[in-house]
Every structure is written in structure tokens, then in C-alpha cells.
Design a protein around this ligand. Structure first.
Ligand code: FEO
Ligand code: CA
Ligand code: CA
Ligand code: CA
Length: 629
């Protein structure tokens, strides 16, 4: 039996199963790289806070200079760790809040480490691979909505050879461990814990009915035998980052949905659209062999019903989640909202694959607190970002005119193909976007891209070195920031700079050393999760190479750092256990507890040797009970 490669990352899996052509317009790449390297060398060497074009005057001269200024950091930075537990600064402590397999309802068994739990329990427990989350206070009740990104079959099906699903029951169990959990938490003896059986507690899985709305709803490409109207789908899948609306709903983002689909017919002809989205004949999890909904030779439109932003009302456990097609279909990372001065709603959206695009949605309607919000995410315009070398940029509307005549529904269903026609900028894997609550600016983590300047993206679009993607074969990542013109997130123009380029000044002297705000004390790679706290600090979570060797020496395990948007200073706050990614962050309403996701740790985290590893949401607080965000 062929190894299903459960241990490799999603981007590696896509690369293996859908290799991209090697050709590239090398002349253009080299030219762009030369000019860009000159600029970067200047920035790295200057290190004096000079207003170098593209980096902007806000980037700090050095962390030493920043440290001399009034500190906004209430903690003492921690060193790297390479061990199997979580570390936080002196004066802080952490404990477990929720971990994979933990019951949300009484009468459900605790996790059986021999079996990974029963299929009956799988839809009533905290799911696998915790990711984006948000806390909502509903009538005094503290509710957390949290994503379960994917499954780890070797851990979830420990009795199966190689973790391979062998029955329809195995597949159902894996499907139930995905989706979203909503649960109430209560504070007892100074610690938050899950409120078992709270009427708000809810599991949303691969089988939960959801509505499809917006301009693509009812389109032929969304119709299936089970849903001839193309307006209702079962389940949400591969929920990665998240977001929240001003009206108190949760946005969950479907990312690597392609890996669940496959074909039992080896001769099935794949369309160009399927290829662009990484949908192939071989599924990563064999769902297609036991659940024909995931067999593209039998249900060729089912994949078109995934890859959307889903809105969930956490205050009503009986509410039907809604897939909002106006926000486009791609490998959605998160959904960061902002409100324009005139009340229009903006949603920033990244498509996390090498050389894909950064998007923004602007509603046509106006948000008024307490008003009707039902159409705000159905009626609006989607844009893709173009970054210019001179530090300016534009949002290009995806319309029939800009996309070579694609109709409005096709633009939303095959958004990647639409964006490719517009001259938008291919990016180094856009992960989370964070909107600064104190300044009209937004940030996007560009996690890494080994193909930058090496290979085109999945659609054959070139990925030249330059702009906010300034390094060839970028293995460290960077965070781009943009300032909308007229202090209006709905404006079509912006200026941009790089808040930070991760790097390793101990290993490299060129641009791979990183920007001036990288130093021996805050080394990291592959920024991914990002969120502003209520004090205006930017929290940065990493999902990168934790080998602590070679280019990555001195970086240790994946981690969470805090960045000051005003000075560029960045300090390490938390380190995760070996093998894990730190992803997802939210706060209790009183801001005295911070909740942080630890995804795909290796044993012995958190239950000890001989037990299954469990993705876990931890709570972090100050020993003195002070504010943590
Ligand atoms: Fe699920 Fe792009 O991280
Ligand atoms: Ca991520
Ligand atoms: Ca990532
Ligand atoms: Ca992940």
C-alpha cells in the first residue's frame, strides 16, 4: 500500500501531487531580483530607521534603539526552546483548556488512547487540529468558536496500518473530527474550563447542512444529485484561519479542501479548473473510496461546494451556517474585517498557496449596528491586490471586463483563474491578515515560498522576485503592510511596506539576514497566524521549520511573538512543543486570559509518554491576574 504521506505539510503534498512546470521568464526574474537586492541590501545595512522607499519611516533602526523608548511590552522576552512543552515569560503561566477528543457533552467518553475514540463520540468531542478561533460574549456567556483544520489519521486511527481509513466508519470518524466547535467556557477556581452540556455547545462537521448564498448560489457548477438547486451543502472542511463580523458572527475559512477529493475512476479527465485548485485523482485521505460524495468521477461538482468562507452565528446553536460565495473560492486562510468610514464592510482574504493572490471584498451595503446584516456578505465586489515596485498598489476589481469575460458566478467559483487574468501580484503564500484597530493599516503574513523566482504558480503565472516578495526561493517569510489611501479600507489604492522580513543574520549577510528589526533574540521563520490585541500589539504565530539547524539555527520550536506596529520591535512571548505549530489566538472578555492554539504537537505533548499527541488550546495568564491583551 502506498504511504499516504500524512506527515508532510499541505503545501508539500500539493507540490508532490501536482508538480508545477519549471519554465520561468528568467530575464525578468533576474532583472527584478537585481534591483530588489540593491534596495534590500540598503535597508539591512543601514539599520538606522532611514525612510528607505518601500520600507517606510516606521521601521525601526534597531531593536536596541526601540528598547530605549517607552516599552509597550509587558513581558520579558523568552529564549528559544527545542523541548516538548510550552514556555511563557516569567510572571506568566499556562494550562490546558481544550484538547482533541475532549467531550463537549456529558455521557461522551474521555479519549481512549488505544483507539483514538469511537465514531459515536467523534461528533461530540473537541475536534482535531485546533486552528483559528474567536471568543464571543453572548448575554454574559463566554463562547469560543474554533476551527478543526484537518485530521492526523495516524493519531486519530491508531489501530489502522499507516492510519489509512479502512471502512466507511473510519472515514465518518475523521469527517466528524473536522469542522468547527462552539462551546461555552466558565471560570472556576481561577481557571477557565469547558461548560459541559451548555446549550451553546455545538459541533459542526463535514455533515452539517449549510446554505449557499450570494451570486454563485444556484449556479450549475454547484448543483449535485443530492442538491439539484445548488443551494445547500453538507459540511465545512479544512477550516484554517477565522474572522469575526461587527455583528457578532464567526467566519470560518475553508483552505486545503482539495485533499479530500479523489477519483475511483483512474481514467477520469481532470479539468484545468480542478488542476488549478489541486484536485487530482488521488485523495489524501481516501474519503472517495467510502463516501461517493468525495469521488469526483461520481460527483464532479462537489469540490466546487468547498473553498468558501462560512458564516456561523455562535449565539444560536440551531442556526444554519451560510457559505458566502461573494467572498470567492480559493484556499482561504482567514477573513479579517474592517469597516469603511461610510459603513461598508471590508473583508481581507488570503489564498495560501505558492504564488496565489491576496484579495479584498467590499460590501455594497452599509453596516448599521442593529440593522439588517443578512446581505452584507452576499452583495459586494471582490478585488485582487497588485503591488507596485514604487511602494504603491491597487485593488483590481474582478469583473467580466477585467477577467476576459468570465461571468460573475464563474469569477467567484474559479476565483484563482479570474485573478490570473488581471495582473494582480503572485504572493509568497498569503496566510493571516490582521487589521490594526488603532491605525488605518493592515498586515498579511507571507509565510514562505521556495518557488519564488523559481517556478510559476499552479496556473502558470510567473512569480518574479520583487515588490513584497523580494527574495528568491524565500524560506523565511515576511509580513507586508498596507496603508489604504484616504484612510479608507474601501479605497482602491494603497501604499505598502514590509513590517519585517524574517531571516538569520548569524547565517547570512544578504537579504536572507532579515530586516533591521530581526536580531539574535527574536529569530523566527514562517509567520502565519496574526492578530492585534486590544492594546494594539500585533501577535505573530509561526508554522515553520523547527529543525533548529542550518538556515534555521537559533530559531527553535514554532513560537508566538509580539510586534509593535509603531516601532517594529518584535519580542518572543511563547514557544510551542517540538513538532507543533502555534496557530489561533483569542482573549477572554476581561482580557485577563489569552487562548492560544497548539496544533499537531508530537507526543509526549500534552498527556505524556505512551499517549496520543493531542492538539490543544491553552490558556495563558499573568501570575498577578493582570491584563494579557
Ligand atoms: Fe492552514 Fe495556510 O494555513
Ligand atoms: Ca495557517
Ligand atoms: Ca502555514
Ligand atoms: Ca496548520
Amino acid at each position: 500500500m502506498k504511504d499516504k504521506d500524512y506527515d508532510i505539510s499541505w503545501d508539500e503534498w500539493d507540490e508532490l501531487h501536482d508538480p508545477r512546470p519549471d519554465e520561468q521568464d528568467f530575464d525578468r526574474v533576474v532583472k527584478a531580483a537585481m534591483s530588489r537586492r540593491g534596495f534590500l541590501g540598503g535597508v539591512v545595512a543601514l539599520g538606522s530607521g532611514a525612510a528607505v522607499m518601500g520600507m517606510g519611516p516606521l521601521l525601526p533602526g534597531s531593536s536596541a534603539k526601540a528598547a530605549g523608548e517607552a516599552s509597550r511590552f509587558a513581558f520579558k522576552a523568552i529564549p528559544i526552546y527545542t523541548d516538548s512543552t510550552v514556555h511563557v515569560p516569567e510572571g506568566y503561566n499556562w494550562y490546558e483548556l481544550a484538547k482533541w477528543g475532549q467531550p463537549l457533552f456529558s455521557g461522551t467518553a474521555e479519549l481512549d488512547h488505544a483507539t483514538g475514540g469511537s465514531v459515536e463520540a467523534s461528533g461530540k468531542v473537541f475536534g482535531e487540529n485546533t486552528d483559528g478561533m474567536e471568543l464571543f460574549n453572548v448575554g454574559g456567556h463566554e463562547l469560543i468558536a474554533v476551527n478543526h483544520e484537518y485530521v492526523n489519521p495516524k493519531i486519530n486511527l491508531p489501530q489502522n496500518e499507516g492510519g489509512k481509513p479502512a471502512t466507511a466508519e473510519d472515514v465518518l470518524k475523521l469527517q466528524n473530527l473536522q469542522g468547527v466547535s462552539v462551546f461555552e467556557i466558565v471560570e472556576q477556581d481561577g481557571k477557565w474550563q469547558i461548560a459541559l452540556d451548555s446549550p451553546y455547545n455545538r459541533r459542526i462537521t463535514n455533515h452539517t447542512p449549510m446554505a449557499i448564498t450570494g451570486p454563485a448560489a444556484g449556479h450549475d457548477l454547484l448543483k449535485t444529485q443530492a442538491d439539484p438547486e445548488g443551494r445547500e451543502v453538507l459540511g465545512t472542511s479544512n477550516n484554517c484561519g477565522a474572522g469575526r463580523t461587527p455583528w457578532g458572527t464567526y467566519l470560518t475559512c475553508e483552505e486545503n479542501f482539495n485533499g479530500y477529493f479523489g477519483s475511483t475512476d483512474a481514467e477520469y479527465a481532470l479539468s484545468a479548473e480542478f488542476k488549478r485548485y489541486g484536485i487530482g485523482l488521488e485523495s489524501r485521505y481516501d474519503y472517495d473510496k467510502f463516501d461517493s460524495r468525495f469521488d469526483i468521477s461520481k460527483n464532479p461538482n462537489e469540490p466546487n461546494r468547498f473553498g468558501w468562507i462560512v458564516e456561523i452565528d455562535p449565539s444560536d446553536p440551531n442556526s444554519k451556517p451560510v457559505k458566502r460565495t461573494a467572498l470567492g473560492r480559493f484556499k482561504h486562510e482567514n477573513a479579517a474585517t474592517a469597516v469603511a468610514p461610510d459603513g461598508r464592510i471590508i473583508v481581507y482574504l488570503g489564498d495560501d498557496e505558492r504564488g496565489e493572490y491576496l484579495y479584498k471584498y467590499v460590501s455594497n451595503g452599509i453596516y448599521t449596528p442593529g440593522g439588517d446584516t443578512s446581505a452584507l456578505l452576499d452583495d459586494g465586489q471582490l478585488f485582487a491586490a497588485r503591488f507596485n515596485e514604487d511602494g504603491t498598489g491597487e485593488w483590481i476589481a474582478l469583473t467580466p471586463e477585467t477577467t476576459g469575460g468570465m461571468d460573475p458566478a464563474q469569477i467567484l467559483i474559479h476565483t484563482r483563474l479570474a485573478a490570473s487574468k488581471t495582473g494582480a501580484t503572485t504572493m509568497d503564500r498569503p496566510e493571516w491578515v490582521a487589521v490594526n484597530p488603532y491605525a488605518v493599516e493592515a498586515y498579511c503574513a507571507l509565510t514562505n515560498n521556495k518557488n519564488r523566482g523559481v517556478k510559476p504558480n499552479a496556473g502558470g503565472d510567473e512569480t518574479p522576485v520583487g515588490g513584497p516578495n523580494p527574495r528568491e526561493a524565500n524560506n523565511y517569510g515576511q509580513i507586508v503592510r498596507w496603508y489604504p489611501e484616504n484612510d479608507d479600507h474601501a479605497d482602491a489604492s494603497f501604499r505598502w511596506d514590509l513590517f519585517v522580513m524574517a531571516g538569520n543574520p548569524g547565517v547570512h549577510q544578504d537579504s536572507y539576514a532579515g530586516s533591521a528589526n530581526i536580531n539574535e533574540g527574536n529569530l523566527f521563520n514562517s509567520p502565519d497566524g496574526m492578530m492585534f490585541d486590544s492594546a494594539g500589539l500585533l501577535w505573530i504565530q509561526t508554522d515553520g521549520n523547527d529543525s533548529n539547524e542550518g538556515d534555521f539555527v537559533g530559531m527553535g520550536n514554532n513560537q508566538m511573538l509580539a510586534g509593535d506596529p509603531a516601532t517594529g520591535r518584535i519580542e518572543r512571548f511563547l514557544t510551542g512543543p517540538k513538532g507543533s505549530e502555534v496557530t489561533g489566538i483569542t482573549w477572554s472578555s476581561d482580557k485577563r486570559t489569552m487562548f492560544v492554539g497548539i496544533q499537531h504537537p508530537k507526543a509526549p505533548f500534552p498527556d505524556g509518554e505512551g499517549k496520543l499527541a493531542r492538539s490543544t488550546v491553552i490558556a495563558v495568564r499573568r501570575d498577578d491576574g493582570g491584563l494579557v491583551g
